[in-house]
Design a protein around this ligand. Structure first.
Ligand code: PMT
Length: 230
């Protein structure tokens, strides 16, 4: 990999799942392995960027030349992202952030009771990390790339997320397809972005996540340079 110089662009990338405690031994989470986000971080570092990877709990080695910050919950990922994003040129939210957490995690292990067959949990909304990064004021706001994990109406839902969260670009993946998306080595995506006059898109067919990562980084850097050069 190329060593990052002091003038290299700083990229902040989130990866992996978040874990939301229910009690000291149980949590809510999802099947994100971190592979897609780690591939993005490895590719960005190989291209000479200074990369900070904000990672949920995964079983992957830190890519060479990447600075890694471990977090567990969405609230911790939110705090780390909002601390680092204002100094970054590019922010990529690849993490599968839990949308909800337990209103209060039990201090002691929840006990199974004999008198009731159901258990009701009250969940509260987690902060939307990428929407808050995208809402940073001009001068502190990086170029913001989000992901959209969808199982139907991919393009429509992704366009909606792009606009609603105020993102510059979104990478939509169909996570219902066998062998792609969560946990696998391969992925396919629809890249959507906005220009001042219209919406554009690019279809990336199934390919190794390492290869797709190169395409996403290349594309984001191109859009970023178009914006910076006016
Ligand atoms: O980790 P892998 O096993 O390699 O799998 C890769 C992946 C399928 C997890 C990845 O490609 C992917 O799709 N990541 C986004 C998963 C997701 O949570 O998507 P979403 O559509 O729910 O969220 C949309 C965007 O908002 C994402 O950029 C997400 O990081 C962000 N978000 C969501 C909720 C929240 N509270 N804060 C956020 O920032």
């Amino acid at each position: 990999p190329v060593a990052a110089s002091a003038s290299a662009p700083h990229m902040v990338i989130t990866a992996g799942p978040t874990r939301e405690a229910l009690d000291p031994v149980r949590y809510l989470s999802n099947h994100s392995s971190g592979k897609m986000g780690y591939a993005l971080a490895a590719e960005a570092a190989a291209q000479g960027a200074r990369v900070t990877l904000i990672s949920g709990p995964v079983n992957l080695p830190t890519p060479q030349g990447v600075e890694r910050l471990n977090v567990e919950t969405a609230v911790q990922m939110h705090e780390a992202s909002l601390k680092l994003a204002p100094q970054a040129a590019l922010f990529i939210g690849c993490a599968a952030v839990a949308d909800y957490r337990a209103e209060s995690a039990a201090e002691h292990k929840l006990k199974k009771t004999d008198d009731r067959d159901t258990l009701t949990l009250t969940l509260v909304k987690n902060p939307d990390i990428i929407a808050d990064v995208a809402a940073l004021p001009k001068g502190q706001r990086p170029f913001v790339v989000g992901f959209a994990a969808e199982t139907q109406n991919i393009e429509r839902y992704a366009q909606d997320k792009l606009a609603r969260k105020g993102l510059d670009m979104i990478v939509a993946n169909d996570v219902s397809q066998q062998g792609l998306g969560f946990g696998s080595d391969d992925n396919a995506a629809l890249l959507l972005w906005r220009t001042p006059t219209h919406n554009e898109q690019l279809v990336a067919p199934p390919q190794p996540k390492t290869q797709l990562a190169a395409l996403i980084i290349q594309h984001a850097l191109k859009q970023l340079s178009l914006i910076s050069s006016g």
